[in-house]
Design a protein around this ligand. Structure first.
Ligand code: ZN
Length: 241
């Protein structure tokens, strides 16, 4: 049966069947047969070699955990090469859909706790922690430029191999994460701000008084330290950002 349903991200996909099994939405999908270029000889082929069903974890749809059962096709070429077809929802050697991957990468940083993020995405906290570690690694390896005038410092609670808390340094106006520090020790933030904080004038944070004092001291000049609530009112008043 060819369905008329079009789901976001599945525009070119044939959805053969959908059903709910024990609360989980299952989508049975395949790609239309199409001309593929052989990765070995560069010639075109449409000759199907075989199929196998691949189970893929996807983003929740209609508030339900969602699995894709992808009837994955392999093509064969006259030169003898066999290769999998192109598809829009999963990369090679993955078990998670591309969209799911992107979502948990972002939410591993922006979510409230690893546990809550895991519940929302129907996965384990350790999966989210591993993702967070990966992002932290990629981010921290990059040498940041000088920090902007307004920064926000947030602590992030969770159990990673790097310690129970991390600090997220974000642009205070756009909220874009700039950096992730592996712990919330005062010496870590002090060292970091001495190195990159020359331009900082406003720090938005809801942290302990002693932590705030450490931040002021590290920057070594008069700065405004604002808590989130007051800062949000402030930028609305002056129309900043
Ligand atoms: Zn070929």
């Amino acid at each position: 049966m060819n369905s008329n349903i079009v789901l976001p991200g599945f525009e070119e996909v044939i959805i053969n069947k959908t059903e709910v099994i024990e609360g989980t939405l299952c989508l049975y999908v395949e790609m239309p047969v199409s001309k593929h270029t052989c990765p070995n000889c560069g010639k075109h082929t449409m000759k199907v070699h075989d199929y196998r069903i691949q189970k893929i974890k996807h983003l929740k749809m209609f508030e339900r955990n969602t699995l894709i059962f992808y009837r994955k096709r392999r093509y064969t070429c006259l030169c003898g090469k066999r290769f999998p077809e192109n598809n829009p929802f999963i990369n090679r050697y993955q078990r998670l859909s591309t969209e799911y991957n992107q979502a948990i990468t972002i939410r591993s940083i922006k979510g409230k706790t690893f546990k809550e993020t895991a519940e929302i995405y129907g996965t384990s906290a350790s999966t989210i922690v591993r993702r967070f570690d990966k992002v932290a690694e990629d981010t921290v390896q990059e040498e940041p430029n000088a920090l902007p005038k307004v920064i926000a410092i947030d602590e992030y609670k969770g159990d990673t191999k790097k310690g129970k808390y991390q600090l997220i340094i974000a642009d205070g106006v756009t909220r874009e994460p700039i950096d992730i520090l592996p712990n919330r020790y005062k010496k870590t933030i002090s060292h970091y701000l001495r190195k990159y904080g020359t331009n900082v004038e406003v720090v938005v944070m809801d942290m302990s008084p002693s932590f705030k004092a450490a931040v002021r001291q590290a920057l070594g000049k008069p700065i405004i330290v604002a808590d989130r609530f007051h800062f949000v009112r402030y930028i609305y008043c002056i129309g900043w950002g």
